[in-house]
Design a protein around this ligand. Structure first.
Ligand code: ATP
Length: 724
């Protein structure tokens, strides 16, 4: 609700109501004799005036304006009705139009307070919200229900068992009563009566068990369905999404939130169906016995719901903050563990400890707040129950004294009140829990609503590829820095059968160009073509089999060296495997290992040295005989002849090398020199050396051609690649 229009609303309604009452004065003689009906007629006539008044606030009409108008119109009528039913005999309903103007003020003040309490509270402070560029997920509850509906067979089965078990439960006491009646009448135990008791008991036990089992099955199936859907959706997101979203936050969705959401529907349905049915039936009995008392007793229901509504909104807001705080703590731990070497080098342990303790303190504060609020709302609920009970006793005493009800009716009524009370409690808590669990998934739905921008490509799968790459007037800007184009009108070719090298100082855009060729990102304008066909037209898996990238520090999967090189090509021949490993220069170190090809590489390949990991990754790439092999800082000094050799032996058709190493660059057939995102020179290494331009400056500066602001790490990076 925007504050100015929301603040105007109460005043506007008051003025409109006063006007409506003035207009209604001539109708008083007609309304008064109608009693309670006249009260509601008055409310119905005031409502259009109030509703029209709220439209004066357009275009910034608050979202709860209609609810406010209805509440203002109905409150005096509801009050009058209760007064008529429960007040002292003869207390007639009073029209607002004939009441003192103070009642108008009291009505509006009470309604304003109720609406204020009803409004969803803001998320507690202290924990900043996550970036707001994720679209809002509408109708969390509806989406949980829609998800559950997808498993309607299991849900239907569980529901049938639930109904049969409830019938069994209800029939049990009935059949027992019949048996007792039969014994009292001297008929003795009949096989039919005993059979009925046994059948009801057996049905209750059997169907209760089936119901429980089916709800567990439902939960498991929903969990599998939602996890898979979320995972498939996330893996298709663009890289920027993963750069912005902490891994811990994503993993918290799978480990905590998906199970909670999937628990919501089964447990909610289980509780709600049973308690709702029982509460309705027993509530109806109460109305038949003593309508006035029933109305008073059931007043607990709307008030209880209102308190739960506020409690649940608070709880949801706190839980969101709690989830964000836990994700932040987990992400902090993950980051610290990942960067432990850096922390040690800069002796930043104390800083990290402080940060972690600060995160934990925020979590603790939120937990304390949650517990305090839980205690407060429980207290309010208990006080409400007690007050209603006292009122019912007080009123029933009056009715007994006046002879409206008998003691027998009162006893039955109080017993029913207990039953309804317990079912209403289950309903309220069950519903509240359902809402909380369902709402816990708000982030899941937000993620699912994100458009999967990681486009998986087209359908082209030509049987043969030359591996000819063309960058055609390519311009690219990172979404995180839209003002600064990283590639500007870049045009160059990587010819088939040649080794082409991309040279340039740090930050000149080499890795970005590689990312475009790998389709990790798409150009803002211009095209990247492979054999004359734009990359988006290639089928996703085909393209990534044909264009293979080996990075400076490639990631290996836990498993053996053999498994890492094969990676999905399990049927390839041993000779091909040996050939790829030999060509990648990996054979020597593999044979030197105690367990050879069966050596476990550890998580991310941490049991191997960086250079060994790179050679395993090279072997993996060469085994696939790529049309385009991209080597991003993957060649060491001494490897410079290797790329030419792979072309000659047909292990690769085209090689694109990104390097800072002069020996590697000089060994290329063709050079493309980038400077601040633009191509500044192309040609053979010899020609460019002769030309004494950007390439020569790059060689002289050890990678410092990017101007005064360019980093001087170019040569160091190159050196780092040979660290092993
Ligand atoms: N994810 C990103 N978001 C925003 N800007 C980025 C991102 N990745 C890289 N950049 C910027 O793009 C520019 C080019 O980076 P790129 O990694 O392509 O350069 P490079 O030539 O490969 O450098 P190096 O030789 O150090 O690897 C740099 O200024 C860098 O800061």
């Amino acid at each position: 609700m925007a504050l100015p229009s929301a603040a105007l609303l109460p005043g506007l309604l008051l003025v409109a109501d006063a006007l409506a009452l003035v207009l209604l004065v001539p109708l008083v003689p007609v309304l008064v004799p109608l009693g309670v009906v006249g009260l509601w007629l008055e409310a119905a006539l005031r409502l259009p005036v109030l509703a029209v008044a709220t439209w004066l606030l357009l275009p910034r009409r608050p979202s709860g304006a209609t609810a406010a108008a209805v509440t203002v119109a109905a409150t005096p009528a509801a009050f009058g009705t209760f007064r008529h039913l429960l007040g002292p005999p003869g207390a007639g309903p009073g029209l607002l139009v004939t009441a003192s103007p103070t009642w108008l003020g009291v009505t509006h003040a009470a309604v304003a307070l109720a609406l204020l309490a009803w409004a969803a509270p803001p998320a507690p402070g202290g924990v900043p919200k996550t970036s707001g560029d994720v679209p809002k997920a509408p109708g969390t509850i509806l989406r949980v229900l829609a998800l559950t509906w997808e498993e309607r067979n299991v849900l239907g089965g569980a529901f049938v068992c639930l109904v049969l078990a409830a019938i069994g439960e209800t029939l049990g006491p009935y059949a027992t009563g019949k048996v007792l009646d039969a014994i009292r009448n001297g008929d003795g135990l009949t096989a039919g009566a005993v059979g009925m008791v046994a059948a009801a008991g057996a049905a209750s036990v059997l169907f209760s068990g089936c119901r429980g089992g089916l709800f567990i099955l439902l939960k498991a199936r929903l969990h599998q369905r939602l996890s898979l859907r979320l995972f498939s959706h996330l893996v298709r997101q663009d890289l920027d999404f993963f750069q912005r979203t902490p891994a811990a936050e994503l993993s918290a969705q799978f480990s905590m939130e998906v199970p909670r959401v999937c628990m919501a529907a089964p447990s909610g349905a289980n509780l709600l169906f049973r308690s709702l049915g029982m509460a309705l039936v027993v509530g109806a009995f109460m109305f038949v016995l003593a309508p006035g008392l029933a109305l008073l007793a059931l007043l607990e229901l709307p008030l209880g719901i209102a308190i739960h509504r506020i409690e649940s909104a608070r709880k949801q807001a706190l839980q969101r903050s709690m989830l964000e705080a836990s994700a932040r703590t987990a992400s902090g731990v993950q980051e610290s563990v990942a960067a432990i070497e850096t922390i040690r080098i800069f002796s930043a342990e104390e800083e990290e400890e402080k940060q972690h303790s600060c995160n934990l303190a925020k979590e603790l504060r939120l937990k304390e707040q949650m517990n305090l609020e839980l205690a407060f709302f429980t207290l309010v609920q208990r006080v409400l129950q007690l007050t209603i009970r006292v009122l019912v006793l007080f009123r029933s005493h009056q009715q007994l004294r006046d002879g409206y009800i008998t003691p027998g009716v009162l006893v039955s009524f109080l017993l029913y009140q207990d039953t309804v009370g317990s079912h209403v409690q289950v309903l309220l808590y069950g519903f509240n829990e359902f809402l909380t669990k369902a709402a816990a998934g708000w982030k899941i739905w937000e993620y699912l609503d994100r458009e999967a921008t990681g486009d998986v490509g087209g359908v082209q799968k030509p049987p043969e590829l030359q591996g000819h790459v063309t960058f055609q007037e390519v311009t690219f800007t990172y979404p995180g820095n839209p003002e600064q184009p990283v590639l500007k009108d870049v045009t160059f070719e990587v010819r088939s059968g040649e080794v082409t090298a991309l040279a340039g100082s740090n930050g000149s855009g080499k890795s970005t160009a590689v990312a475009l060729l790998e389709r990790l990102r798409d150009p803002g304008s211009g095209k990247v073509l492979l054999d004359g066909i734009p990359l988006p037209e290639y089928e996703h898996q085909y393209l990534h089999r044909k264009v293979v990238l080996v990075e400076q520090d490639p990631i290996l999967f836990s498993g053996t060296i053999r498994e890492n090189i094969l990676l999905g090509l399990e049927h390839c021949k041993e000779s091909e495997l040996q050939e790829a490993a030999t060509a990648a220069g990996a054979m020597e170190f593999i044979q030197g290992l105690e367990r050879g090809w069966d050596t476990e590489v550890g998580e991310h390949g941490e049991h191997l040295a960086a250079g060994e990991r790179r050679r395993v990754a090279l072997a993996r790439a060469l085994l696939r005989r790529p049309a385009v092999l991209i080597l991003d800082e993957a060649l060491d000094d001494g490897d410079e002849g290797a790329a030419q050799c792979w072309l000659r032996t047909g292990l690769a058709q085209t090689v694109l090398v990104v390097s800072h190493r002069p020996r590697v660059l000089d060994a290329a057939d063709h050079l493309v020199v980038l400077e601040r995102g633009a191509v500044v020179e192309t040609g053979t290494p010899a020609k460019l050396r002769e030309h004494c331009g950007a390439y020569s400056r790059l060689l002289l500066g050890g990678g410092r051609t990017g101007g005064p602001e360019a980093s001087s790490m170019g040569s160091e990076k190159g050196a780092a690649s040979g660290r092993e």
